[in-house]
Design a protein around this ligand. Sequence first.
Ligand SMILES: [Zn+2]
Length: 268
Amino acid sequence: MDRTINLSRSLLLAAVAVLCTSLHSHAASAPTTRQVFAPVLIYHHVKPLKPSDDAFERGLTVLPGQFAAQLRYLRTGGYHVVTVRQLVQYLHSGAVLPPRPVALTFDDGYADVFQGAYEPLRRAHLSATFFIVPSFLGTPRYLTWRQVKTMSDHGMDIEAHTMTHPDLTRIGPRSVQWQLAESRRELQTNLHRSVRLLAYPYGAYDPAVVAAASRAGYLAAFTTQEGWIESSAHPLREPRVYVDLDDSLPIFAGRVRGDPQVLAQDPT
Ligand SMILES: [Zn+2]
């Protein structure tokens, strides 16, 4: 009898030990360890150059023909163009992600991206992420609400870039919270879609801004630091990869491939 009890107790202890080990390893491998190696490309304008465009404007511009060649390269080079939302959903909850993912992002909502980016993307049955500043919409040089709604209705991912595009590290905490929460609310109300992603204006952030982004309900936020998304460890400080006017197609390919020598080059 005693031996039976001892045996049962031994089996029970062994079972508890296995359970504890499994719970422990599960807790240790919880959400922070999911990995992906993907470039999130950053664009602003896609348009022909004008003689009056200064160095700053040129630094934010990619030509329509150049953009078309880049899309062709991604489609024929074995890459899968995904939205940033898809990448974040994978990192956050393990949603399905195709192999060799690349995401395209467009900051500020300039008017030229409707014809220069949205239309070619739509023709190619591809989607991208547009970080929009609601108070800019409908003003000269920027998209209108109607255009943004059209883009959203045709599969483009519309996300937030604050209300008025300030440097969030240089305004007070209440203003930061308003910029983050109000832009999210405005976009969600007008587009009837959830908005969970943010791009920091000028790529500027500090620990207080990151905490505010979390409080405002953002799942991920993007900087302008050069680099690839690698894991879910720092979702509110994700780097991106600049695409530059002077990029030849081989340089662009190097950026997408994560070639360290190409990524180390100053994109401006
Ligand atoms: Zn911006």
